[in-house]
Design a protein around this ligand. Structure first.
Ligand SMILES: [Zn+2]
Length: 340
């Protein structure tokens, strides 16, 4: 079988670093209470500073603020625009002038046609308040040398998005988005990293079962997955009031403290609820797939795998955790029947 060879576009890619990925984009709407309310309802966030003017003032804000994590939602282009773009791509009518499209085309020519998002880091400098209008300026911050990764031979690319706010009344037909950015205040950034890689060049042979999907590791839950790799099932604990919580959160729902550590669970509990999943089937799993909502004896609950034959499982059964190292990166708890 002949080896396919690909060009090396290192020099052309290096020239793209630091370049703008496209025009500055302006949010469709100013920051408004309706979108905030829908967001916090969907997220289950009951902090009153997002919905109650008086509570926001009392907390020291100039008025109702938007959740910081909503940052990108304000500038999303919407379904119609996305569908139009996909249609254009399907007919080969792709805008190639911007640096991002050029970069992606170069990656493809290098044979790196597969893509996976690997990191998303956000920084917030001040909260958005109702009436702010958001703009985003995007650029290519970094492109790595080719690397052998578990998924395949690829390059990492980091996009930097800088979010600026201006008062909505500055937005008129006569002023360009670039002029608005110059008047705006930098209120947050997002760094989004992808890996573009050659399919079939990863650690696993393509015929083998693919690895389990990766959890999204954040500053809040990193300790949990680190713990599993160390053979510990950890439960986050509020340092100030001692309340245990799972899933991990930055602050305590009981006393609002941001100080936390963890305890190590004894790994025993009860099947509080469960499902047996049949469809849709994902190649990384075996079916039927029993999944339990486990109530640990320490009091917190977690969603986890139930081990073995799905038909042996029922709500109320006692369980004990066995932590399995599934691959180089990922360890997860599997709950077995507790016959002790
Ligand atoms: Zn607390």
């Amino acid at each position: 079988m002949s080896e396919v060879t690909f060009p090396d576009h290192s020099a052309a890619l290096a020239e793209l670093v630091g370049q703008s990925s496209g025009p500055v984009e302006l949010s469709h709407d100013p920051v408004n209470t309706a979108m905030i309310r829908h967001w916090v309802e969907a997220m289950g966030d009951h902090n009153p500073v997002y919905v109650d003017h008086d509570a926001a003032i009392e907390a020291g804000y100039p008025g109702i603020i938007a959740p910081q994590t909503m940052l990108q939602a304000w500038i999303m282009r919407g379904l119609r625009h996305t569908m139009a773009l996909e249609e254009a791509r399907a007919t080969g009518n792709v805008p190639t002038s911007d640096a991002n499209s050029t970069m992606m085309a170069l990656f493809d020519e290098e044979g790196r046609t597969s893509v996976v998002a690997t990191n998303c880091d956000q920084e917030y400098f001040r909260p958005l308040v109702v009436g702010d209008r958001l703009l985003v300026r995007s650029s290519i911050e970094a492109i790595s040398d080719p690397k052998q990764t578990g998924l395949g031979h690829g390059r990492f690319a980091t996009s930097l998005m800088e979010f600026f706010a201006v008062p909505n009344d500055l937005v008129t037909k006569d002023v360009t988005n670039e002029e608005l950015v110059a008047k705006g205040e930098l209120i947050g950034t997002m760094r989004f990293r992808i890996l573009k890689f050659r399919p079939g060049t990863g650690a696993q042979a393509p015929a083998k079962k693919p690895p389990r999907p990766r959890p999204a590791i954040t500053a809040d839950n990193e300790f949990y997955f680190e713990g599993l790799r160390a053979g510990e099932l950890r439960i986050q604990r509020c340092v100030d009031c001692g309340t245990l919580r799972h899933t991990p959160l930055p602050g305590c729902n009981q006393c609002q403290s941001l100080n936390w550590d963890y305890v190590v669970s004894a790994g025993r509990g009860v099947v509080y609820s469960m499902v047996v999943n049949h469809y849709p089937q994902v190649a990384a799993f075996d079916y039927p797939l029993p999944i339990g909502l486990i109530e640990l004896d320490e009091g917190t609950r977690l969603v986890a795998n139930l081990a073995g034959d799905a038909s042996t499982w029922a709500i109320g059964q006692r369980v004990v955790a066995v932590i399995e190292q599934l691959d180089d990166e990922l360890a997860l708890p599997f709950f077995h029947h507790d016959n002790a």
